[in-house]
Design a binder for this molecule. Structure first.
Ligand code: SF4
Length: 213
Protein backbone atom coordinates (compact mmCIF):
# COMPACT_ATOMS: atom_id res chain seq x y z
CA UNK A 1 0.00 0.00 0.00
CA UNK A 2 1.57 3.27 -1.12
CA UNK A 3 1.45 6.17 1.31
CA UNK A 4 0.97 9.06 -1.09
CA UNK A 5 1.75 11.65 1.56
CA UNK A 6 5.40 10.48 1.54
CA UNK A 7 5.71 11.44 -2.10
CA UNK A 8 3.78 14.70 -2.19
CA UNK A 9 6.01 17.77 -2.18
CA UNK A 10 4.77 20.74 -0.16
CA UNK A 11 3.49 23.84 -1.93
CA UNK A 12 1.08 22.16 -4.36
CA UNK A 13 -2.57 21.83 -3.49
CA UNK A 14 -4.39 18.72 -4.70
CA UNK A 15 -8.20 19.15 -5.05
CA UNK A 16 -10.08 17.00 -2.48
CA UNK A 17 -11.65 14.75 -5.14
CA UNK A 18 -8.20 13.85 -6.49
CA UNK A 19 -6.42 13.28 -3.19
CA UNK A 20 -5.15 9.72 -2.87
CA UNK A 21 -5.05 9.37 -6.66
CA UNK A 22 -2.74 12.15 -7.78
CA UNK A 23 0.53 13.35 -6.30
CA UNK A 24 2.91 16.08 -7.40
CA UNK A 25 6.46 15.12 -6.62
CA UNK A 26 10.07 15.58 -7.71
CA UNK A 27 12.34 13.13 -9.46
CA UNK A 28 14.64 13.06 -6.41
CA UNK A 29 11.84 12.27 -4.03
CA UNK A 30 10.39 9.40 -6.05
CA UNK A 31 13.87 8.02 -6.80
CA UNK A 32 14.86 8.11 -3.12
CA UNK A 33 11.49 6.78 -1.99
CA UNK A 34 11.84 3.79 -4.32
CA UNK A 35 15.30 2.92 -2.98
CA UNK A 36 14.65 3.58 0.70
CA UNK A 37 11.48 1.44 0.60
CA UNK A 38 13.10 -1.65 -0.85
CA UNK A 39 16.56 -2.00 0.70
CA UNK A 40 17.68 -5.61 0.53
CA UNK A 41 20.20 -6.42 3.28
CA UNK A 42 22.91 -8.99 2.68
CA UNK A 43 22.43 -12.17 4.67
CA UNK A 44 25.56 -12.62 6.73
CA UNK A 45 26.59 -12.17 10.32
CA UNK A 46 29.92 -12.22 12.12
CA UNK A 47 29.19 -12.75 15.83
CA UNK A 48 26.61 -12.31 18.59
CA UNK A 49 25.11 -9.09 17.14
CA UNK A 50 23.90 -11.22 14.24
CA UNK A 51 21.43 -12.94 16.58
CA UNK A 52 19.74 -9.59 17.17
CA UNK A 53 19.75 -8.97 13.43
CA UNK A 54 18.03 -12.31 12.91
CA UNK A 55 15.44 -11.35 15.54
CA UNK A 56 14.65 -8.20 13.56
CA UNK A 57 13.52 -10.37 10.67
CA UNK A 58 11.36 -12.60 12.88
CA UNK A 59 7.62 -11.91 13.42
CA UNK A 60 7.94 -9.85 16.61
CA UNK A 61 9.84 -7.03 14.88
CA UNK A 62 9.59 -7.78 11.14
CA UNK A 63 11.59 -5.53 8.83
CA UNK A 64 9.00 -6.29 6.15
CA UNK A 65 7.20 -3.11 7.17
CA UNK A 66 10.11 -1.21 5.54
CA UNK A 67 10.32 -3.43 2.46
CA UNK A 68 13.56 -4.88 3.85
CA UNK A 69 12.48 -8.45 4.46
CA UNK A 70 14.35 -9.84 1.48
CA UNK A 71 17.76 -10.73 2.88
CA UNK A 72 19.85 -11.79 -0.07
CA UNK A 73 22.43 -14.55 0.16
CA UNK A 74 24.42 -12.87 -2.63
CA UNK A 75 26.20 -9.49 -2.51
CA UNK A 76 25.27 -8.98 -6.15
CA UNK A 77 21.59 -8.67 -5.17
CA UNK A 78 22.09 -6.62 -1.99
CA UNK A 79 21.77 -2.89 -1.32
CA UNK A 80 22.89 -2.77 2.28
CA UNK A 81 25.55 -4.60 4.23
CA UNK A 82 24.79 -4.87 7.96
CA UNK A 83 28.14 -5.62 9.58
CA UNK A 84 26.82 -7.48 12.61
CA UNK A 85 29.53 -8.64 14.95
CA UNK A 86 33.20 -8.68 15.76
CA UNK A 87 35.38 -8.04 12.71
CA UNK A 88 38.42 -10.25 13.02
CA UNK A 89 41.46 -9.68 10.83
CA UNK A 90 40.80 -13.05 9.25
CA UNK A 91 37.34 -11.92 8.10
CA UNK A 92 38.28 -8.46 6.80
CA UNK A 93 39.42 -9.61 3.33
CA UNK A 94 36.13 -11.50 2.89
CA UNK A 95 34.03 -8.54 4.08
CA UNK A 96 35.83 -6.13 1.73
CA UNK A 97 35.49 -8.57 -1.17
CA UNK A 98 31.75 -8.87 -0.51
CA UNK A 99 31.44 -5.07 -0.37
CA UNK A 100 33.21 -4.79 -3.72
CA UNK A 101 30.81 -7.32 -5.22
CA UNK A 102 27.74 -5.27 -4.23
CA UNK A 103 26.42 -3.08 -7.05
CA UNK A 104 25.70 0.60 -6.52
CA UNK A 105 23.82 2.09 -4.81
CA UNK A 106 25.21 0.35 -1.74
CA UNK A 107 25.17 1.25 1.93
CA UNK A 108 26.89 -0.06 5.05
CA UNK A 109 25.52 -0.21 8.60
CA UNK A 110 27.98 -0.93 11.43
CA UNK A 111 25.86 -2.76 13.97
CA UNK A 112 27.17 -2.76 17.52
CA UNK A 113 30.30 -1.75 19.38
CA UNK A 114 32.50 -4.37 17.69
CA UNK A 115 31.69 -3.40 14.10
CA UNK A 116 31.87 0.30 14.98
CA UNK A 117 35.09 0.36 16.98
CA UNK A 118 36.27 -3.11 18.01
CA UNK A 119 34.07 -3.10 21.11
CA UNK A 120 35.25 -5.20 24.05
CA UNK A 121 37.89 -6.79 21.81
CA UNK A 122 39.39 -3.52 20.60
CA UNK A 123 42.79 -4.31 22.09
CA UNK A 124 42.77 -7.88 20.80
CA UNK A 125 45.59 -8.94 18.49
CA UNK A 126 43.13 -10.49 16.04
CA UNK A 127 40.40 -7.83 15.84
CA UNK A 128 40.17 -4.58 13.85
CA UNK A 129 38.98 -1.43 15.61
CA UNK A 130 35.97 -0.86 13.37
CA UNK A 131 35.02 -1.87 9.86
CA UNK A 132 35.19 1.80 8.82
CA UNK A 133 38.96 1.41 8.65
CA UNK A 134 38.32 -0.53 5.44
CA UNK A 135 34.91 0.31 3.96
CA UNK A 136 32.77 3.47 4.19
CA UNK A 137 30.06 3.25 6.86
CA UNK A 138 26.78 5.15 6.54
CA UNK A 139 25.20 4.45 9.93
CA UNK A 140 26.73 3.37 13.26
CA UNK A 141 24.52 1.65 15.83
CA UNK A 142 25.87 1.66 19.40
CA UNK A 143 25.33 -1.15 21.89
CA UNK A 144 26.68 -4.55 22.88
CA UNK A 145 24.54 -5.91 21.41
CA UNK A 146 22.15 -3.30 20.05
CA UNK A 147 18.54 -4.32 20.56
CA UNK A 148 16.39 -5.18 17.55
CA UNK A 149 14.66 -1.82 18.12
CA UNK A 150 18.05 -0.09 17.85
CA UNK A 151 18.72 -1.81 14.53
CA UNK A 152 15.31 -0.72 13.25
CA UNK A 153 16.12 2.84 14.35
CA UNK A 154 19.46 2.61 12.54
CA UNK A 155 17.71 1.47 9.36
CA UNK A 156 15.31 4.41 9.68
CA UNK A 157 18.33 6.72 9.96
CA UNK A 158 19.69 5.16 6.79
CA UNK A 159 16.36 5.89 5.11
CA UNK A 160 16.64 9.52 6.22
CA UNK A 161 20.12 9.67 4.71
CA UNK A 162 18.83 8.26 1.42
CA UNK A 163 16.01 10.84 1.45
CA UNK A 164 18.62 13.61 1.36
CA UNK A 165 20.44 12.30 -1.72
CA UNK A 166 20.06 13.89 -5.12
CA UNK A 167 20.12 12.04 -8.42
CA UNK A 168 22.43 14.78 -9.74
CA UNK A 169 25.10 14.18 -7.12
CA UNK A 170 25.04 10.48 -6.18
CA UNK A 171 28.41 8.89 -6.86
CA UNK A 172 27.08 6.08 -9.06
CA UNK A 173 25.96 8.53 -11.75
CA UNK A 174 29.23 10.42 -11.82
CA UNK A 175 31.95 9.79 -14.38
CA UNK A 176 34.37 7.04 -13.39
CA UNK A 177 34.06 3.42 -12.28
CA UNK A 178 30.52 2.07 -11.82
CA UNK A 179 31.10 1.10 -8.22
CA UNK A 180 33.44 1.88 -5.33
CA UNK A 181 36.15 -0.77 -5.24
CA UNK A 182 38.32 -1.08 -2.15
CA UNK A 183 41.72 -2.82 -2.41
CA UNK A 184 41.28 -6.15 -0.60
CA UNK A 185 43.53 -6.34 2.49
CA UNK A 186 46.12 -9.11 2.59
CA UNK A 187 46.20 -11.47 5.55
CA UNK A 188 49.69 -12.64 6.43
CA UNK A 189 51.26 -12.71 9.86
CA UNK A 190 49.22 -9.51 10.28
CA UNK A 191 46.63 -7.72 8.17
CA UNK A 192 48.08 -5.45 5.50
CA UNK A 193 45.99 -2.72 3.93
CA UNK A 194 47.33 -2.16 0.37
CA UNK A 195 46.29 1.51 0.62
CA UNK A 196 48.91 1.92 3.36
CA UNK A 197 51.69 0.15 1.45
CA UNK A 198 53.84 3.28 0.96
CA UNK A 199 53.40 4.35 4.58
CA UNK A 200 54.33 0.85 5.82
CA UNK A 201 57.42 0.80 3.61
CA UNK A 202 58.52 4.14 5.07
CA UNK A 203 57.96 2.86 8.64
CA UNK A 204 59.92 -0.35 7.91
CA UNK A 205 62.78 1.65 6.34
CA UNK A 206 62.91 4.00 9.33
CA UNK A 207 62.98 1.05 11.74
CA UNK A 208 65.75 -0.67 9.76
CA UNK A 209 67.76 2.57 9.76
CA UNK A 210 67.29 3.01 13.51
CA UNK A 211 68.51 -0.56 14.13
CA UNK A 212 71.61 -0.03 11.98
CA UNK A 213 72.36 3.28 13.72
S1 SF4 B 1 29.09 -5.69 20.11
FE1 SF4 B 1 28.82 -7.14 21.82
S2 SF4 B 1 27.12 -8.46 21.14
FE2 SF4 B 1 27.90 -7.40 19.31
S3 SF4 B 1 29.41 -8.80 18.42
FE3 SF4 B 1 30.50 -7.41 19.81
S4 SF4 B 1 30.60 -8.54 21.75
FE4 SF4 B 1 28.99 -9.51 20.51
Amino acid sequence: MVDHSELQVPGYEIPPEMQGQVVITTLDRIYNWGRRSSLWPMMFGLACCAIEMIAVQAPRFDLARFGMEVMRPSPRQSDVMIVAGTVTKKMVPAVVRLYNQMPEPKYVVAMGACASSGGPFKAGYNVVAGIDKFIPVDVYIPGCPPTPEALIYGMMKLQEKIDKQSIRQVRWYQKGPDSVQIPVPILGSDLIDPRRAEELKRIAAAQAQAQEG
